[in-house]
Design a protein. Structure first.
Length: 158
């Protein structure tokens, strides 16, 4: 299996149809942490905001933030379940993760993408909050929901 960092066309289409992903990070000792997130993708980077939903700690104390600061890596799983198993599929993205602040040139771009995907973000003041950016370095996918005539076989993480 060859390691690739770019999504295939059918994977991009699958990702654009899904509404939620699971973000996996790990602390400095390798203890995993997994949460559901909203995301946007611009064919280069995945973005997920630290939004205004109620949290028990400040944005910078969130476990995902501390984990990214400790390891600078994350995985994002975009999947689809259906009782018709002919409609199953997932895309798994491993990559370098970092936080961007309002002064980063990607910040405004990420907000625009996120607001176009999720109406809830249009009412939130995302301009003041950091955004997690994931740069893919290894992509794998599987499932009938992702297959196309051009790409009938997908790769699966071992």
């Amino acid at each position: 299996m060859t390691k690739r960092s770019k999504l295939l066309e059918n994977e991009s289409a699958f990702i654009s149809r899904q509404r939620v992903a699971r973000l996996a990070t790990a602390d400095e000792l390798g203890s995993p942490h997994l949460i559901p997130v909203c995301y946007a993708f611009d064919q280069h980077y995945f973005y997920t905001p630290l939004d205004e939903k109620p949290k028990s700690v400040t944005s910078f104390r969130l476990r995902r933030v501390r984990n990214i600061e400790a390891r600078h890596e994350a995985s994002l799983l975009v999947d689809q379940y259906n009782d018709d198993w002919g409609q199953l599929g997932y895309v798994l993205i491993h990559g370098a993760a970092r936080l961007i602040e309002a002064n980063d040139e990607l910040h405004a771009h990420a907000i625009k993408l996120l607001r176009s995907r999720y109406q809830q973000y249009r009412a939130m003041n995302l301009e003041k909050l950091p955004i997690i950016v994931i740069t893919p370095d290894h992509i794998a996918s599987w499932g009938p929901a992702i297959q196309t005539a051009e790409h009938p076989r997908q790769t699966e993480i071992e």
